[in-house]
Write a protein that binds this ligand. Structure first.
Ligand code: C5P
Length: 401
């Protein structure tokens, strides 16, 4: 099922230049499976034509409190009851003021008053208007009335000013709607994850690395986010874009990955070590590019710290999940690793054979824990990641109870 399947979102659009971003928001919400109905204020219609949202949502746009035809199809009280979430994006300073005061002199304000469901606002205005004590007071009071405040972001504004007041991007708003409407099996869980290869410098231009594409780790990050986890992804260099809503920490070397993980591990609930960390690094990377000088060149390598073992040895440790990529005796090595590194779970796969593992879009896993095992059949990494996250959610819940 799609992440927002069966969910109904009423999107209110007020007068602001950010109204163009809401067109993309309708598209993203619809793509996630939500049914979207749009309500526009009169000033919003000065920025974008209702037809745009009509085409994207597949439904007529509601404009007027006294539109007899619209009211006969679904009156405004019904519309307020119909939705699971009423999101006003962009929400202008004027609208927030009226909403806070309980005005109902247009359709959208009436819906806000009449709705028993969650109401969220995404403020969008000039930074001075946002900083004004009147706006700040309105926002504070709306929050006290359980209105969800999504944004604003900081940055350059249409008027040329820079500061807080920009509407969040459509993807960020869609992610917030998703987290709000589908809390998922990992809601409230902080999940830390490593992915991709590491690069160990030989000199300023050369390095030792491996064939990991990061695809499995990135798919796990997406699946965990979809199940409501707050995800931090510590990633080595890969050619992938971080999944929306995931906090990405980009690193290069095993040492950097170790430091980034250890800084956050004690504050995480679940740690998934999916990275193909380089076992060794060059003892002393050269400060300058090494020149061709003789027939043979030796590099002295030293062992890198095992990040996963270091996390699992912490006094305050998260639920630890490791990976074992083996070319033979997958089960034997995986069970050894489970014990040696004191893990809660290990996901093993055979590499170097067939269409799974490194550099491909497919995988299959044999997952072990102290008193159980489960096979995840050959499928796309996206599908395998979903099943693995389900299993992690199940085992994590068991471990905590
Ligand atoms: O011992 P081995 O390298 O086979 O173990 C693989 C598991 O340990 C993976 O989960 C990998 O991410 C993790 N690992 C680590 N730090 C290392 C080496 C491996 O976190 N230096």
């Amino acid at each position: 099922m799609q992440a927002l399947g069966n969910k109904k979102v009423l999107l209110g659009i007020t007068g602001g230049i950010a109204a163009y971003k809401s067109a993309e928001l309708v598209r993203l919400l619809t793509k996630a499976g939500a049914e979207v109905r749009v309500v526009m204020t009169a000033s919003a219609q000065k920025f974008v034509q209702p037809l745009t949202y009509q085409a994207l949502s597949g439904h007529r746009v509601y404009l007027d409190l006294f539109d007899a035809e619209a009211e006969s199809a679904m009156d405004h009280i019904e519309l307020a009851r119909w939705c699971d979430l009423l999101l006003v994006a962009p929400a202008s300073a004027d609208f927030l003021g009226k909403m806070n005061a309980g005005y109902a002199d247009n359709l959208l304000l009436t819906l806000c008053l009449a709705s028993k469901q969650s109401v969220a606002v995404a403020p969008a205005m000039n930074q001075q208007m946002f900083a004004n004590p009147a706006t700040q007071e309105n926002i504070k009071q709306l929050a006290a009335k359980n209105v969800l405040l999504w944004g604003p972001a900081e940055g350059e504004q249409a008027c040329g000013d820079v500061g807080p007041g920009r509407m969040l991007e459509a993807q960020q708003l869609c992610d917030k709607a998703l987290q709000h409407l589908s809390p998922g099996r990992l809601a409230g869980v902080k999940l830390l994850l490593t992915a991709g290869p590491t690069r160990e410098a030989i000199d300023p231009v050369r390095y030792i690395s491996n064939r990991s594409s990061g695809k499995m780790g990135y798919a796990i990050a997406t699946a965990a986010f979809e199940q409501g986890a707050s995800v931090t992804l510590v990633s080595g260099p890969v050619a992938l874009t971080a999944p929306g809503g995931v906090n990405l920490i980009a690193v290069e070397s095993a040492q950097q990955m170790h430091d980034a993980v250890l800084q956050r591990a004690a504050d995480s609930d679940v740690f998934v070590a999916c990275a193909a960390v380089s076992d060794y690094r060059v003892d002393q990377a050269a400060a300058q590019k090494i020149k061709k000088s003789s027939d043979k060149l030796s590099l002295r390598l030293v062992l890198n710290t095992d990040i996963l073992a270091a996390v699992s040895a912490l006094e305050q440790r998260p639920f630890c999940v490791g990976f074992a990529a083996e070319t033979q005796d997958v089960e034997g090595y995986a069970l050894d690793k489970l014990k040696q590194k004191n893990l809660d779970m290990i996901a093993a796969n055979q590499v170097g054979a067939g269409n799974s593992g490194f550099e491909t879009d497919f995988n299959q896993l044999e997952v072990f824990w102290r008193d159980g095992r489960h096979a995840i059949a050959h499928a796309s990494k996206t599908e395998v990641a979903k099943q693995l996250i389900d299993l992690i959610a199940e085992r994590y819940t068991c471990a905590r109870s």
